[in-house]
Design a protein. Structure first.
Length: 329
């Protein structure tokens, strides 16, 4: 039987999500990869235990995480039932709906029908009465924003979610959504967006600035650019790498020689700072107060332990930040 480490809160740091009372760990475990039906269940348990034993209280999922869609929630639900449920009140569990999940016009995008039906399915797969955060996963160009935000509000007011979140929104649309949710008195506390040294979209589309202005937190995914911002690909493509074994989100076309050269240059800077490239890349994402938490994925417990060390990494000097920009931009 799993018993959590008594010292699990001694090193992790927590930050309020925007102006809300919800505090999140600076490092969050995402279940996008390595929790589907193709992965080892025992390894999933190891990853969850390592995370929680080191103060990672937040586990991030979505309805379509797999493969197959729904399998990450199903597997995490089993871990909850068998091991983590005694600690439910210490956990922040989030899920999302917005991408293609089932056939027909009601299994995708942002309609009230889809979001509320999907949430019910997610709760059933995980064996939960509620999730802590329920996200709309992406902007919908056809469904009125009022309908989508109304569905999030209904999820909260029904007790099936404690907080609402938005993912993959730009700044202008997020501000409109925020105004609707504020009028509904719905606790919208977090944005989830891709952000890394290589991908600065939220700086260009206004999301980062808008979130700070509205007092809403940001949690970032793919901070390591699917592994490019680690030492994994500095000297070629390993046979057991995601590029070789999966290829859906990172493939040879994205792993360009230019990106590898930049990663090597960044790795040299990380060495000068006395840390791994991954740790430096995570610290860069959390370099200012706009970002609440950094989402990490892991295939081995050791990766989680190394990434957590980011919390105590030294702050960047202006010269270091400028050098990173010179390498990348």
């Amino acid at each position: 039987m799993y018993i959590a480490d008594e010292k699990r809160y001694e090193t992790m740091k927590f930050r309020a999500s925007g102006k809300s009372g919800l505090k999140l760990p600076e490092v969050v475990l995402g279940l996008w990869h390595n929790f589907g039906d193709t992965a080892s269940f025992e390894r999933m348990r190891e990853l969850c235990f390592t995370a929680f034993d080191n103060g990672i209280t937040h586990f991030d999922l979505a309805n379509n995480y797999g493969p197959e869609p729904g399998s990450a929630e199903k597997n995490f639900g089993r871990i909850l039932k068998e091991d983590l449920m005694p600690y439910r009140d210490e956990l922040i569990i989030s899920t999302k709906a917005g991408y293609d999940m089932w056939s027909g016009p009601y299994g995708n995008w942002g309609s009230r029908k889809y979001l509320l039906a999907s949430l019910d399915q997610s709760l059933k797969r995980m064996g939960l009465d509620y999730v802590d955060i329920f996200y709309h996963h992406r902007m919908d160009p056809e469904t009125p924003l009022e309908e989508t935000m109304g569905a999030l509000d209904q999820a909260v007011k029904s007790g099936k979610a404690l907080y609402a979140g938005l993912s993959n929104y730009d700044g202008a649309t997020m501000k409109k959504a925020c105004a609707i949710l504020r009028e509904l008195h719905c606790p919208f506390v977090i944005n989830q967006n891709r952000y890394s040294i290589f991908d600065r979209t939220i700086e260009k589309n206004g999301l980062k600035a808008a979130a700070k202005e509205e007092g809403v937190g940001i949690i970032t995914f793919s901070p390591l650019e699917q592994g490019i911002l680690t030492d994994r690909y500095l000297n070629g493509i390993p046979e057991d790498s995601r590029v070789k074994t999966d290829g859906r989100f990172l493939n040879k076309e994205r792993l360009t020689s230019d990106k590898i050269e930049k990663a090597r240059a960044l790795n040299e800077l990380a060495k000068e700072r006395g840390e791994s490239l991954a740790r430096m890349a995570l610290k860069w994402v959390r370099k200012d107060d706009a970002v609440t938490s950094v989402l990490i994925g892991a295939s081995r417990p050791e990766q989680i332990l190394d990434n957590i060390k980011m919390i105590n990494s030294p702050d960047f000097t202006e010269e270091e930040l400028q050098k990173i920009d010179e390498i990348v931009l």
